[in-house]
Design a protein around this ligand. Structure first.
Ligand code: DGL
Length: 252
């Protein structure tokens, strides 16, 4: 069984990628919606939430923890990973692998304020790829929009445009450094144009999960969804997003 968690609905973009490659794996998905957005919280609190979430997934007996929250990975990269029994797949490492594969030289990273404040993307990318140019831009307005289902229309577009206005004009690629952002892809694509490749680290993350779990991935294809927030609202958001995401992700 795979364990996944995020602060909220963003992690479903990772789950959808996992489902494309591992349709029969059993997954337990935890959304810590009692604390969303993570990105506005201090690092010490985020580390404590990470420790609790890893311990909870371990207690479910998962074979691997496939991270679906960049903000948690960012604080772990900066301060060290809490101990966990199950192996952990780090989303920022997956992002770095995607950048290496794409041979991008000048990349932007849009992420939560806590992730940008940790500096983890810049450190990880510069350590792996010599001479790479990395610009990290915080986008705190986007997570609340996705959580509330405001992903189409002028409000979402204006919020994405505001973030993109802080990016340099000559990027090769833009990395979604937060798992909530890929659902806003039509806005990013329209605003940035064809010259900027949009990189979703969840693609490599799911490939790594498939490699790691080759033997242990056979199950019933069941996903157990758990939230620390409002269960009824969560279930209806999950249904809405899990039916929309496969079509959306297939177009990339
Ligand atoms: N989706 C998460 C991430 O990838 C957390 C966003 C938030 O809650 O601020 O960072």
């Amino acid at each position: 069984m795979i364990g996944c968690f995020d602060s909220g609905l963003g992690g479903l973009t990772v789950l959808a990628r996992i489902r494309q490659l591992l349709p029969t794996a059993d997954v337990v998905f935890f959304a810590d919606q009692a604390h969303v957005p993570y990105g506005d919280r201090p690092h010490a609190e985020l580390l404590e939430l990470l420790r609790k979430n890893l311990a909870w997934l371990d207690a479910q007996g998962v074979d691997a923890i496939v991270m679906a929250c960049n903000t948690s990975c960012a604080v772990a990269e900066r301060y060290g990973w809490p101990v966990a029994r199950a192996p952990i797949l780090d989303l920022i490492e997956s992002a770095a692998m995607a950048v290496e594969r794409g041979e991008f030289r000048r990349v932007g990273v849009v992420a939560t304020a806590a992730t940008v404040g940790a500096g983890s993307y810049g450190r990880t990318l510069r350590a792996r790829i010599s001479g790479i140019d990395v610009v990290e831009v915080p986008a705190p307005a986007l997570v609340p929009l996705v959580e509330s289902g405001t992903i189409q229309g002028p409000i979402a577009r204006a919020a994405v445009a505001e973030v993109c206005a802080h990016l340099p004009l000559d990027l090769d690629a833009l990395i979604y450094g937060c798992t909530h952002y890929p659902v806003l892809e039509p806005h990013f694509a329209e605003i940035l144009g064809d010259g900027v490749t949009l990189v979703d680290p969840a693609i490599v993350q799911a490939q790594r999960a498939a490699e790691l779990l080759a033997d242990a991935s056979a199950g019933n294809g069941r996903t157990t969804f758990v939230t620390s927030g409002d269960d009824r609202a969560f279930r209806s958001s999950v249904n809405r997003m899990m039916s929309a995401l496969p079509t959306m992700l297939a177009t990339r």
